[in-house]
Design a protein around this ligand. Sequence first.
Ligand code: IPE
Ligand code: IPE
Ligand code: MG
Length: 245
Amino acid sequence: MMRGVSDHNVATPVHVAIIMDGNGRWATTRGLPRIMGHRKGADSVRRAIQAASDCGVSYLTLFAFSSENWNRSKDEVGEIMRLLRYYLHSETEELHAKGVKICVVGDRTKFDKETVGLIELAENKTFDNKQLTLVLALSYSGRQEITWAVRAIAEDAVQGVLNLDEINEDLVSNYLLTRDIPDPDLIIRTSGEQRISNFLLWQSAYTELVFVDQLWPDFQEKDFQAAIEEFGTRERRYGRTVENR
Ligand code: IPE
Ligand code: IPE
Ligand code: MG
């Protein structure tokens, strides 16, 4: 059986991931600077965490900043980084009190010292929490993650600590940043865009995709619940037929 894949249909997904898109459009349609959309989006993050917790989801991954997003204007990137630091600073304690374990996946070398410090503080403080694992994908790129894994596998093979016949799908999964996290059952993308944008490429092989029209700042708990309901109607076949599943 494939890693992170259950052999029966379960109504509640174990792992939900969200591509939080549409902050900029939310702001510009109101004649506001884009950063106002990002700020407003932070409220939706709180709602999504609450909704995931209420629905009994065990893992919630939020795509908050992609490796490609570094190519936006210096102003916007600076504001998003400021907002990220503010969020980590102000929310970690409350998330900890709610039993949320915070993990960050992405290229940490791109962040300044202060941001790395806040990320490590949040991860260390919440390390033992069990209620919900909140995975923040920050400076994250699926292709980069796979490339890093390929490099590390090659290095171990060259060093002789890994035999070529040991390289299988499970081993590759274990070289990814998400090694301790099951594959997502459901990916939700807001704002009407219907693409993956370099998110969890390896892990989403058999993930159900739900695209919603709401812009991220407008995303409500009921929208999360509706996506979970939609997931419940999907038939996951993993390449088999209904008869031999
Ligand atoms: C998503 O909203 C947040 C980030 C990518 C940081 P956008 O900023 O992409 O919003 P749109 O897509 O321009 O509306
Ligand atoms: C994907 O959104 C990344 C995040 C939501 C963090 P983008 O807005 O960057 O994606 P594209 O450029 O529309 O594909
Ligand atoms: Mg966007």
